[in-house]
Design a protein around this ligand. Structure first.
Ligand SMILES: NC(=O)c1ccc[n+]([C@@H]2O[C@H](COP(=O)([O-])OP(=O)(O)OC[C@H]3O[C@@H](n4cnc5c(N)ncnc54)[C@H](OP(=O)(O)O)[C@@H]3O)[C@@H](O)[C@H]2O)c1
Length: 162
C-alpha cells in the first residue's frame, strides 16, 4: 500500500515573506485557486494564527485541524482543535504558518511553493518568513513566470524529498 503523502504548501515573496502576522500582503487569486485545487478533499493542518487569518473558515471540503493551546470554543467553530502537532503519518497538507512549518518540515514529503515576484512593505517586526528548503528536497516541477490578473508575476514550484 502506498504511504500517505504529507505536504506543505505556502506562497512567499522572492525575499521569503509569507505574511505580516495578520494575513498575506498581496492579492493573488490564481494562488488561492491553486491552493484550493491542491488541498481540496484532504485534511489541512494549521496554527491558530493562520486559522484567524482565514477570511472564510472553515476551509470548505477539507477537515480543518487547528493547533492551539486554547480550548476549542466559538472561535474555532468548524475546526478540530488539537493541543500539539497531530499525528503526521496520515495524508494531509500543512498550511502554515511559520511556526507550524518549522515544527513539521522534517516530516514532509512534498512542498508546493508559490514564488511571487513582490517585495511587500511589511515592518520587520511583523514579517513572517517561509522556512528554508534544504538539500533534502529536490525541485521536481516549476512553471515559468506567470502574470496574475492583479499584474503580479508568480510561479508554482513542487519539491519532493530526495
Ligand atoms: N503565505 C502563505 O502561504 C501563508 C500560509 C499560512 C500562514 N501565512 C501567514 O503566516 C502568519 C501566521 O503564522 P505564525 O507563524 O505567526 O502563526 P501560526 O503558525 O499560524 O500559529 C501559531 C500558533 O499556533 C499554535 N501552535 C503552533 N505550534 C504549536 C505547538 N507545537 N503546540 C501548541 N500550539 C502550537 C499556537 O497557538 P496558541 O497561541 O493559540 O497556543 C501558536 O501561537 C500570518 O501572517 C498568515 O497570513 C501565510
Amino acid at each position: 500500500m502506498q504511504r500517505p503523502t504529507l505536504g506543505a504548501i505556502w506562497a512567499q515573496s522572492t525575499d521569503g515573506i509569507i505574511g505580516d502576522g495578520v494575513g498575506m500582503p498581496w492579492h493573488l487569486p490564481e494562488d488561492l485557486q491553486h491552493f484550493k485545487q491542491i488541498t481540496s478533499g484532504h485534511p489541512v493542518i494549521m496554527g491558530r494564527r493562520t486559522w484567524e487569518s482565514l477570511p472564510i473558515k472553515p476551509l470548505p471540503g477539507r477537515k480543518n485541524i487547528v493547533i492551539s493551546s486554547r480550548e476549542a470554543g466559538s472561535w474555532s467553530q468548524g475546526a478540530s482543535v488539537v493541543a500539539d502537532i497531530p499525528d503526521l503519518s496520515a495524508d494531509a497538507w500543512i498550511i502554515g504558518g511559520a511556526q507550524v512549518y518549522a515544527a513539521t518540515l522534517d516530516e514532509v514529503d512534498v512542498i508546493e511553493r508559490t514564488l511571487i515576484d513582490v517585495h511587500p512593505d511589511v515592518p520587520v517586526s511583523n514579517a513572517v518568513y517561509a522556512p528554508r528548503i534544504d538539500d533534502d528536497f529536490t525541485l521536481v516541477e516549476e512553471t515559468g513566470w506567470l502574470e496574475s490578473s492583479t499584474s503580479l508575476r508568480y510561479k508554482f514550484q513542487r519539491f519532493e524529498r530526495a
